[in-house]
Write a protein of this length. Structure first.
Length: 202
């Protein structure tokens, strides 16, 4: 408590920006001090993905949990990603109250397309990070060869159908959909190809 007010830190995937804003407003009007995220990486704040920034923000959010009496989890559709799950575990270990937007334990099962999109989006983020590191002289891409191969296969096979399903509203907003961005995957694979070609010519 601070000055008689309960302090609540919001946790959850930043793809749920609207729900974050709604929860912040509602909890504030209920008489709580609300601490939220500073950037929404999955909702357009590209600065999050620059080298070292996400790691800093993740650690900073743990400090926000330290400052709070409780956390409020934005688990739209029951979705709780790995980062949020880590924050819940941290809050529990530090004796913070854990509250949820939706009752936990009722996660909707993903369709095959949603599962595929989520997995490929994770690969895309890992490969993108490795490419940034490689440009700084690191051999990070070597460890990503399997992910790169699977992304290439995905682009050549299921990507178009998944993109059309997303356009039709058939892919849940609770699913990471980075890989379905217009030209995002194609451009990444082109950048990797050009990078390798430049290295081979040196």
């Amino acid at each position: 408590m601070t000055g008689g007010y309960k302090v609540i830190t919001l946790c959850g995937s930043t793809r749920f920006k609207d729900q974050f804003m709604e929860a912040q407003k509602r909890l504030t009007l209920q008489g709580n001090i609300v601490i939220s995220v500073g950037l929404f990486g999955h909702s357009g704040d590209a600065e999050v993905w620059t080298e070292g920034t996400k790691e800093m923000l993740d650690d900073m959010h743990k400090r926000k949990i330290d400052m709070a009496d409780a956390i409020f989890v934005i688990n739209v559709g029951g979705y709780i990603g790995s980062s949020t799950r880590s924050e819940i575990e941290y809050a529990t270990a530090t004796d913070k109250e854990v509250m949820y937007l939706e009752e936990p334990g009722k996660e909707a099962s993903l369709t095959a397309a949603e599962q595929r999109v989520a997995e490929q989006s994770t690969r895309l983020r890992e490969v993108s990070k490795a490419l940034r590191q490689a440009r700084e002289g690191l051999e990070a891409l070597d460890a990503q060869q399997d992910n790169i191969r699977q992304l290439e296969e995905y682009l050549a096979t299921d990507w178009k159908a998944d993109y059309e399903a997303d356009e039709a509203g058939e892919i849940s907003k609770a699913v990471a959909r980075d890989v379905l961005g217009q030209d995002t995957l194609y451009n990444l694979l082109e950048e990797i190809s050009e990078f390798k070609e430049n290295i081979s010519q040196q």
